[in-house]
Structure formats: structure tokens, C-alpha cells
Design a protein around this ligand. Structure first.
Ligand code: AHR
Length: 489
């Protein structure tokens, strides 16, 4: 048992935890949309307007605040007009990025907006810069958000939607340093400025314009964006970082040894350094923090599951992934002064999914349960935490305990992960600036390789956990490989 001392100072506020930090990403990739979220109106699987009821319910339960769509790289070849109107007449295309399968465009703008309405979340639409045009983008914005009389708004009405939708988040391109056109940052900054000129605010709608940000540690990309853009023409930039511990090699999602487990934990913790360094660059140009940092794609990217289409990026999801999710969400909370949104890649059946489906069956992965444990942070104020004695006895290159804390007028939420595979943590958490009277905790814990599958959907699930509060000190033991949420009143 290792003693860990944590100090939380509720008077030391770090930033507002935007609910969108708990966002998701849904691309036309593999079985994320088709045979995942969307099964069509005629499916025997219970659905509302073609969208699976069990998935709607699952995302409502974790208070999913925002979904990014339609990609990803797919967005850079997506032409929105293909995905509206009579379904039988919609133009079919080949999904060149993801498996070369035929995309029938039966899930388009109306279906995505309906999905968001059913889940109760905001849409984040990523437009096509690499192979699209300014006109195509500006017409899509008009189609979605204008209530003026025009051929486009008439077309929307004819397609069944009288009122314009509210659309806040608009991504102007995806990975334009790669699949979005292989651009230099200087070139993209100019292209971005041209596109954003035509991002009009119709009928009281206010767009939040998100520019393509860096890949991982490409600090030069951030520098060039910040040098060329300002808060008049951009609201946020979108960083992508995947946890890939032995890149460029790929490793199995379920079959890993202790060394690889700890490498994964270290790779997840790297996002703290990454966000700190990108933020330092942003601070130089934007000390008032008007421009946000979005982490538009994050999560573990493992080898695809054997026997599945390599272009579909389907992988299982173990307690190791859950620990990674907890580390990342704690990092985002602690950087909530700059991080305004994050989107786990991806929502269903792709990469580090929160949900997996097989025909009519649906399971919640360990990562889903982490989102459940963290949901009370949404809209709270992040507060300062300091952890002593945090290194793992095994001498691994990562802290044993990952933690973040936040408060609202009534309660404090503390989330912590014990990343050790062997050692239990005896945590003593001294709380300042908040009167702590009672506590209730929940835990997700299991052996690192354990996962939920269609035969055993609840092998990894949340249970109650014991903790005590005395003299404003929260005491609890956290077993190895566990994620805990404590709500203190
Ligand atoms: O999430 C899978 C892919 O990863 C996305 O399409 C792309 O943006 C990123 O490279």
C-alpha cells in the first residue's frame, strides 16, 4: 500500500470546465455511423428515425455535450448536397479513406441534426476545405442556419425542416497538414482566412469557427496559426493527439505486457506536456485567452481487431483504455483555462469507442464508464490539486495517480486514476476553501486486460466505493488499475 497525499485548494480556480470537453467524434468510418449509430427506419432494431434507441439513451446518460461530424478525413471528401433529399436518389460515393466501401449518403445533414436533437447535444460540423470550395461551405451554412427566403432555405424546407438549426461549432477543414490537402501552415492560414470570410452568421445564429490545429507536437503549426490569425477571425484551433505507445508499430488492444501498459500510460500523460507547450505559444499571442484549444481527436489507436476490415479501425477497449481516458480527461480539466472542447475518437465501433455494437446488441466499454464517472465535472470550475509522492514504486516513467478536482456552489468532484498495476494507493486528500461534510464515491476497477464483450457486457462496470471525510480530509483507498469519482458535499 502506498501513501499518497493530495492537496486541493478550491480558492485557486483554474478555469471553467466547458461541458464540450466531454465531447465525441462520429465519422463516416467503418461501423461508426452505419450499423452503429444509424440502422435506418426499417431496421428491426428499435430506433427513432433510423437512430438506435439504445445508443441515444447511452449518450444521454453520460450527458454527451457535442458530436463532431462527418469526419475526420472523410469530411475532406464530403459534399453535403449528396446527403440531402430523397434517400433513394442520393448520390452514392466511394469512401476512399476508409476501406473503399460504398457510401450511400443515407445519413446526411438532417439525420445528423436529428441525432443531436435526440441525444440533447450540440452539433460540431467539419466542412470540406481540401477538396471542397468556399461556395459549397457557405451554402451549407446558409442551408442549415438561415431563415431568410432563398433557394437553399426552400430546399431545406422541401426536405422536411422548416426552421433553421442552431449551429455553433464549425470546423474549417480537418488535418489540412495531411489528409485535408497536405498544406504548409502558412498556406493553410491564408486558405483558412479566405474560408472564414464566408462563414456568415444568419438569423441570430453565431458560428464558433475552429481552424485546423497541429498534429501532436508540431509546435511550428501552432506558432504560424497564432502569428497569422487573431480572435477576430478564429475562435479556436483543433489539436489532434492519439495515444500510440510504439508508433510507427501498432500494438494489440487486448494483448499487451506490463511494459507496454506503462508505455501507454506515459504516452497518455504526454498530452499534459503537449497542451502546456501549445498553450505557451498561444499565450504569447493571445494572453487574454480569447482563442480556445480544441482537442478534436484523442484516444488510443491500437491494431485493428483480427478478422475485421483494416480500413474500419475496429478495436476492443480494456481497463488500460479506461485509465488512459481518465488521465486525458483529468489533463483537459486541469487545462480548462485554454481547452474548450475535446472529442474522443470515436463514438461507436471505431478506435477508442465508448460503445460497441453487434447486430441488435450494444455494450458500453470501460471508457464509457469513465465518461459516466467524470460527467459531474461538466460546467464546474476546475480547482488546483497538488499530488505528493506520486511516482510509481516500479520506477515507471509516469505518475501513479492522475487527479483533477472541480467545484460548483454545492459540491466538489474529485476524479482520480490509480495507474499502477500492482500497488494500492492510500489517498489522503486535504481540502481547502470548501467545507466538506459528506462524500459518495464510485469506482471502475478490474484487471488491466479486462473488457466487456457481447457475452459478458458488464464484466467491467461501476460500483459504489467507500471513502470517509474527517476534518476536511477525504480518505480512501484506490486499488491498482482503477478510476474513482468522489462527490463531496
Ligand atoms: O479518427 C480517424 C482519423 O484519424 C481521422 O479521420 C483523421 O482526422 C485522423 O487522422
Amino acid at each position: 500500500m502506498k501513501k499518497i497525499s493530495i492537496v486541493i485548494n478550491a480558492d485557486d480556480r483554474l478555469g471553467h470546465i466547458s461541458p464540450e470537453i466531454y465531447g465525441h467524434f462520429s465519422e463516416h468510418l467503418g461501423r461508426c455511423i452505419y450499423n452503429g449509430i444509424y440502422v435506418g427506419e426499417n431496421s428491426p432494431i428499435p430506433n427513432t428515425d433510423g437512430i438506435r434507441n439504445d445508443i441515444i439513451e447511452a449518450f444521454r446518460n453520460i450527458k454527451a455535450p457535442v458530436f463532431r461530424w462527418p469526419g475526420g478525413c472523410f469530411a475532406e471528401e464530403y459534399h453535403w448536397q449528396d446527403g440531402i433529399g430523397e434517400k433513394a436518389l442520393r448520390r452514392k460515393i466511394v469512401n476512399t479513406n476508409w476501406g473503399g466501401v460504398t457510401e450511400d449518403n443515407s445519413f446526411g445533414t438532417h439525420e445528423f441534426m436529428r441525432f443531436c436533437e435526440l441525444v440533447g447535444c450540440k452539433p460540431y460540423i467539419n466542412v470540406n476545405v481540401g477538396s471542397g470550395s468556399v461556395r459549397e461551405m457557405s451554402e451549407w451554412i446558409e442551408y442549415m442556419t438561415s431563415d431568410a427566403e432563398s433557394p437553399l432555405t426552400e430546399q431545406r424546407k422541401k426536405n422536411g425542416r422548416a426552421e433553421p438549426w442552431k449551429l455553433e461549432y464549425l470546423g474549417v477543414g480537418n488535418e489540412n497538414w495531411g489528409c485535408g490537402g497536405n498544406m504548409r501552415p502558412e498556406y493553410y492560414a491564408d486558405v483558412y482566412k479566405r474560408y472564414q470570410t464566408f462563414c456568415h452568421n444568419y438569423s441570430g445564429n453565431r458560428l464558433y469557427r475552429i481552424a485546423c490545429g497541429p498534429s501532436s507536437a508540431d509546435y511550428n503549426w501552432t506558432e504560424v496559426m497564432m502569428k497569422n490569425l487573431d480572435s477576430n477571425n478564429v475562435d479556436a484551433i483543433d489539436l489532434h493527439y492519439y495515444t500510440m505507445p510504439v508508433w510507427p508499430e501498432m500494438e494489440s488492444a487486448t494483448d499487451f505486457d506490463d511494459e507496454l501498459y506503462y508505455k501507454t500510460i506515459a504516452a497518455a500523460n504526454f498530452s499534459d506536456e503537449l497542451i502546456t507547450r501549445h498553450s505557451e505559444i498561444m499565450n504569447r499571442y493571445d494572453p487574454e485567452k480569447k482563442i480556445g484549444l480544441v482537442i478534436g481527436e484523442w484516444g488510443c489507436w491500437h491494431k485493428v481487431e483480427e478478422g475485421t476490415n483494416p480500413g474500419f479501425l475496429y478495436q476492443q477497449n480494456t481497463m488500460r483504455d479506461a485509465i488512459v481516458a481518465a488521465i486525458e480527461l483529468n489533463v483537459f480539466n486541469r487545462h480548462s483555462d485554454r481547452v474548450v472542447m475535446a472529442n474522443l475518437a470515436q463514438a461507436v465501433n471505431v478506435l477508442q469507442s465508448v460503445i460497441l455494437t453487434e447486430d441488435d446488441k450494444m455494450i458500453k466499454t470501460p471508457t464509457y464508464h469513465v465518461f459516466d464517472l467524470f460527467k459531474t465535472h461538466q460546467n464546474n470550475e476546475a480547482v488546483y490539486c497538488y499530488t505528493q509522492n506520486e511516482n510509481m514504486s516500479e520506477g515507471k516513467n509516469a505518475p501513479m495517480i492522475s487527479v483533477s478536482a472541480s467545484v460548483n456552489e454545492k459540491s466538489m468532484t474529485v476524479t482520480a486514476a490509480n495507474c499502477s498495476l500492482t500497488e494500492e494507493a492510500a489517498v489522503e486528500c486535504s481540502i481547502f476553501g470548501f467545507k466538506a461534510s459528506s462524500v459518495s464515491c464510485r469506482i471502475l476497477t478490474n484487471e488491466a486486460h479486462s473488457y466487456n464483450d457481447f457475452d459478458c457486457p458488464d464484466r467491467v462496470s461501476i460500483t459504489e466505493h467507500t471513502a470517509v471525510i474527517k476534518d476536511n480530509v477525504l480518505k480512501l483507498n484506490i486499488p491498482p488499475c482503477a478510476v474513482v469519482e468522489c462527490v463531496v458535499d
